[in-house]
Design a protein around this ligand. Structure first.
Ligand code: GLN
Length: 193
């Protein structure tokens, strides 16, 4: 199995450390060619407007859409979750639309400090430590989206088929649960030839 980590902007190194811990092979993705042979792609946190601009400039946007059409797995964290959403608000911007959800950017106010909360998830019995940094809120989800965790009644971790999105940063804690779940999705990959 080979995992790609989108490495054009943001905290991609932290995801690499999580995969190192799990002993998984990965490649940093900066061009469409880097997606060759990749079973799953991680879209890291950072600044989603810059990400979208660079995805268009590098030709990665159509390449990622093609990877999704071929059955690839995706994990988007914070800005990465914004990229995956079907609709982005505050302000409106273009996105990949791989998950049927509407997100509102910077929805917890303009604070630069982070919130660290320990909340229950459907993934396991013990709650999970979640780091929120200028996080979006998932306002609305479609019927195919499974909600795996919530904060104040709003989803913070969701899954639709092979697409997982968290509005928090699992790569910034020592807990690898979210990455392990994503690897399971990538592992069951029946990519078209
Ligand atoms: N506020 C950023 C955005 O809207 C996301 C922040 C993050 O990824 N930590 O793109």
């Amino acid at each position: 199995m080979l995992i790609g980590i989108l490495a054009i902007q943001g905290d991609f190194e932290a995801h690499a450390r999580a995969l190192d811990k799990l002993g998984v092979k990965y490649v940093f993705v900066r061009t469409p060619e880097d997606l060759q042979g990749v079973d799953g792609l991680i879209l890291p946190g950072g600044e989603s407007t810059t990400h979208m601009k660079l995805l268009a400039e590098t030709g990665l946007e159509p390449a990622i859409r093609q990877m999704a059409a071929n059955g690839g797995a995706f994990l988007g964290t914070c800005a990465g979750a914004i990229l995956l959403a079907r609709e982005v608000k505050s302000p409106e911007q273009n996105s990949l639309g791989l998950a049927d959800m509407t997100v509102m950017r910077n929805a917890y106010g303009r604070q630069l400090s982070s919130d660290v909360l320990t909340l229950p998830t459907k993934l396991r019995e013990a709650p999970l430590e979640m780091v929120f940094i200028r996080a979006p809120i998932i306002e609305k989800t479609g019927p195919r989206v499974e909600i795996l965790a919530e904060r104040e009644g709003k989803p913070v971790l969701v899954r639709q088929g092979k697409v997982m999105a968290s509005t928090f940063h699992p790569e910034l804690t020592s807990d690898t649960t979210i990455h392990e779940q994503f690897l399971k999705l990538a592992c069951n990959n029946n990519k078209k030839p």
